[in-house]
Design a protein around this ligand. Structure first.
Ligand SMILES: Cc1ncc(COP(=O)(O)O)c(C=O)c1O
Length: 380
């Protein structure tokens, strides 16, 4: 099987990630932060080491400002719902995933004022459109770093600057960029950074996190046991406990830490270079094939390792089915939980076939993917 569905979740993971998850369950599977015995302390230490590795990766000063969640969706919900109140204005873009749009649509019904800045047909956002949308009551700008539909890199620096100049908070959905693109929360003035653990960070599914800037008060989504300040009937205010009630996914979080350390060791620049080379290779070959419609910038300087295509007017699910059944190639068809992004690039009716590459893909696999597309084009 050739796996080109890394934007959904990365696969495979580095061997050491599997080993560490197994070890965390088998050798020290106690409940961290609860009992004081050796096994609980070892599990707690493992979780702290993941915070520490993530802090190195994202240049976060205090590892305790990272809150673990189940996935990027939960991180985004926590940030958005914890922050925005009736009467606040929020700016986002038409290239967002439903994990941003749906919570904002719910909040819009509750009195949050929402502006969705429209991208062009390659998924690019003009920062001037963000700036024009600023109002007196704008509390937050929330954008994704890299589009999960077109791979388009959004204007992070410019959006951050607009936020800073206008006293607005800046939140980033790093679902498609964490582990591949440089993210420095201090340099980029990011107040809230939502990331999944199971995509570019090479951890298991059921992991994710939210970085919350020091001193930023947001409401928790849930209350409960934290293993700390147990005499109190009130939720602790201290981070990360305020947001991490209940037994954590220790094996998952410890596996995530192993994934992040693997990235730190390999070097994020080398990983990006590999993914850029693969994407470039794919785009160059794709553009030579008659009958293929390719979307997005199709320029590696402007995009990540995600390329979406259609073959003629064929249904994207049909093409994806053939790739899977006949060629053993895993891709994702349809709307990719991003209906507004599809409307933006004009593919809402047909959907697209999305190819997304990862650290373990090879140039030989790209060649095989191209050959399969050529064959299907001839057949149809
Ligand atoms: C841009 C973007 N945001 C958010 C998400 C949600 O991530 P998760 O599946 O970890 O909840 C995804 C998932 O594909 C995504 O691509």
């Amino acid at each position: 099987m050739i796996y080109f569905d890394n934007a959904a979740t990365s696969f495979p993971k580095p061997e050491i990630v599997y080993d560490e998850i197994y070890s965390a369950m088998k050798n020290y599977g106690a409940n961290p932060g609860r009992s004081g015995h050796k096994l609980a302390l070892k599990a707690g230490r493992g979780i702290y080491e993941t915070r520490d590795a993530l802090s190195q990766l994202f240049n976060i000063k205090n590892p305790m400002n990272i809150v673990f969640t189940m996935n990027c969706t939960e991180s985004l919900n926590l940030g958005l719902k914890g922050l925005l109140k009736k009467g606040d204005h929020v700016i986002t873009t038409s290239m967002e995933h439903n994990s941003v749009i749906r919570p904002l649509k719910v909040m819009e019904k509750q009195g949050v004022d929402l502006t969705i800045v429209k991208g062009d047909n390659k998924g690019r956002i003009d920062p001037a459109d963000i700036e024009k949308s600023v109002q007196k009551n704008t509390k937050l700008i929330v954008i994704n770093h890299v589009s999960n539909l077109t791979g388009t890199i959004l204007p992070m620096e410019e959006a951050s600057k607009i936020a800073k100049e206008n006293g607005i908070l800046f939140m980033v959905d790093a679902a498609q960029s964490a582990g591949v693109y440089d993210i420095d929360v201090q340099k980029m003035d990011i107040d809230l950074l939502a990331f999944p653990g199971h995509k570019g960070l090479l951890g298991p599914q059921g992991t994710g996190g939210l970085y919350i800037r020091e001193g930023l008060k947001i409401k928790e989504l849930k209350e409960g046991g934290t293993g700390s300040i147990s005499h109190s009937l009130e939720q602790p205010e201290v981070l990360p406990d305020k947001y991490e009630s209940g037994t954590p996914n220790s094996p998952g979080v410890i596996g995530l830490g192993t994934g992040v350390r693997y990235i730190l060791e390999k070097g994020i620049k080398n990983i990006r270079k590999h993914e850029e080379d693969l994407t470039n290779h794919f785009i160059e070959e794709l553009l030579k094939i008659d009958g293929v419609k390719a979307y997005g910038p199709l320029d590696i300087k402007e995009q990540g390792a995600v390329v979406s295509i259609n073959i003629g007017n064929e249904d994207s699910s049909e093409i994806s089915y053939i790739l899977d059944e006949v060629y053993n190639i895993a891709v994702r068809p349809g709307l990719h939980c991003a209906p507004l992004a599809h409307k933006t690039i004009g593919t809402f009716e047909q959907g697209v076939v999305r190819f997304s590459f990862g650290i373990f893909n090879t140039h030989d696999e790209i060649e095989q993917g191209i050959k399969a597309i050529k064959d299907i084009c001839k057949e149809i």
